[in-house]
Design a binder for this molecule. Structure first.
Ligand SMILES: Cc1cc2nc3c(=O)[nH]c(=O)nc-3n(C[C@H](O)[C@H](O)[C@H](O)COP(=O)(O)OP(=O)(O)OC[C@H]3O[C@@H](n4cnc5c(N)ncnc54)[C@H](O)[C@@H]3O)c2cc1C
Length: 332
């Protein structure tokens, strides 16, 4: 029998707070740990992160390994990878999860390499095989046109998980867990990079990922002018504006608002797709929306197969009437 036991998540800390992806990993990690009848642990790395351990427990962790050191103030590949390697070798979990974030994408494959195992990137679902008790890692392949299930024999099984693919548990402040402090033991001379400057992305209004309503425009908008109307609609609905890749590539809307396989994943209650054909790569970013409304002049467009409500027509005619009606309904 394998000596590796339990599920471990890397709890990314963003601006001194437990990130949303960390809480999502704790939610899915909890389920897998329960399926295996084993423990769920979280690793918190940084400077001044000890205070977040109880929060990780409230979100589902049984144990929290805290590595708190001024040297770890900023994410640096050299220091964080050596700390993760040390913690994983000490705890020996069967499964190690990180978010499919800039940090997780950097950390997971390097960690897997150092541990002589494999990593599956960008998983959208994870399950425990009821017979083998191995981790089944489900991820999009062929540009989002299919999903594949991966599993492998080596331990630990390392995977990165897409943001918003899993739901966090309701935090329970009365949950009890153990907090274990581990010395970083990092030699500053081994850190080959230094953070020179941090530039924060400016976001006006609601962040796309957090918006309950997303209004997106595609190539069919024909230019930046149409996006002004989308902005107006988003404002009335207290939402955010997204875009398809061609609209971003054309410079009609910022790249940071691209929805899809190579853009952001959004999970709003209401997604309005205007002048968007509904390619699988675009849908990979919005198919989890509760309700999709499409406005497209082509009745055969794929988006109408995905949408609950559809309006066939030119957005230049449809959108002003749509915005007017929404304004009336909102003010009632
Ligand atoms: C590896 C890879 C990754 C990709 N990642 C992404 C991604 O993350 N996000 C993404 O969006 N795409 C992505 N793509 C591109 C994707 O394949 C599609 O090309 C893209 O989604 C199409 O964008 P669109 O729907 O805006 O444009 P089109 O497919 O050109 O559709 C435009 C639509 O607008 C309609 N239309 C035109 N004029 C009007 C009008 N006046 N009124 C109403 N409707 C109108 C048309 O009928 C048409 O359906 C990726 C592709 C690859 C290969």
């Amino acid at each position: 029998m394998s000596e590796y036991k339990g599920v471990m998540i890397y709890g990314e800390v963003v601006e001194g707070k437990l990130s949303s992806i960390a809480t999502e990993l704790l939610g899915c990690g909890r389920k897998m740990a329960d399926d295996l009848g084993q423990e769920l642990s979280a690793v918190l790395i940084g400077s001044g992160v000890s205070g977040l351990a109880q929060e990780a427990i409230a979100f589902g962790a049984d144990k929290v390994y805290v590595v708190d050191d001024p040297l770890l103030k900023d994410y640096q590949t050299d220091s964080y990878i050596s700390v993760m390697e040390k913690v994983v070798k000490q705890v020996m979990p069967q499964i190690v999860l990180t978010g499919q974030t800039t940090i997780g994408r950097d950390l997971a494959p390097r960690l897997a390499f150092r541990l002589g195992t494999a990593a599956t990137m960008d998983c959208v679902a994870l399950e425990i095989d009821p017979d083998s008790k191995r981790l089944l890692q489900i991820k999009p392949v062929y540009g989002g046109n299919a999903q594949a299930i991966f599993s492998y024999e080596s331990d630990p099984q390392v995977a990165t998980v897409r943001a918003k693919a899993m739901a966090p548990l309701e935090p329970d402040a009365s949950r009890k867990g153990e907090v274990i402090t581990i010395e970083a033991g990092v030699d500053p001379a081994t850190i080959r990079t230094k953070v020179v400057e941090k530039v924060k992305e400016e976001v006006e209004g609601i962040r796309l990922e957090d918006a309950a309503v997303v209004v997106s425009g595609g190539r069919g908008m024909g230019g930046v002018e149409g996006f002004k109307q989308l902005e107006e609609l988003a404002k009335v609905l207290k939402g955010a504006v997204g875009a398809s890749r061609p609209a971003c590539d054309a410079g009609w809307w910022p790249d940071t608002s691209q929805v899809g396989l190579t853009g952001k994943i959004v999970t709003p209650d209401f997604y309005v797709a205007v002048g968007i054909s509904g390619s699988s790569q675009h849908m990979a970013g919005c198919s989890s929306a509760k309700t999709i409304v499409a406005i497209n002049k082509d009745s055969e467009a794929n988006i109408f197969r995905e949408a609950r409500y559809g309006i066939v027509g030119d957005w230049k005619k449809v959108l002003p009437a749509f915005i007017q009606k929404v304004k009336e309904l909102v003010s009632e």
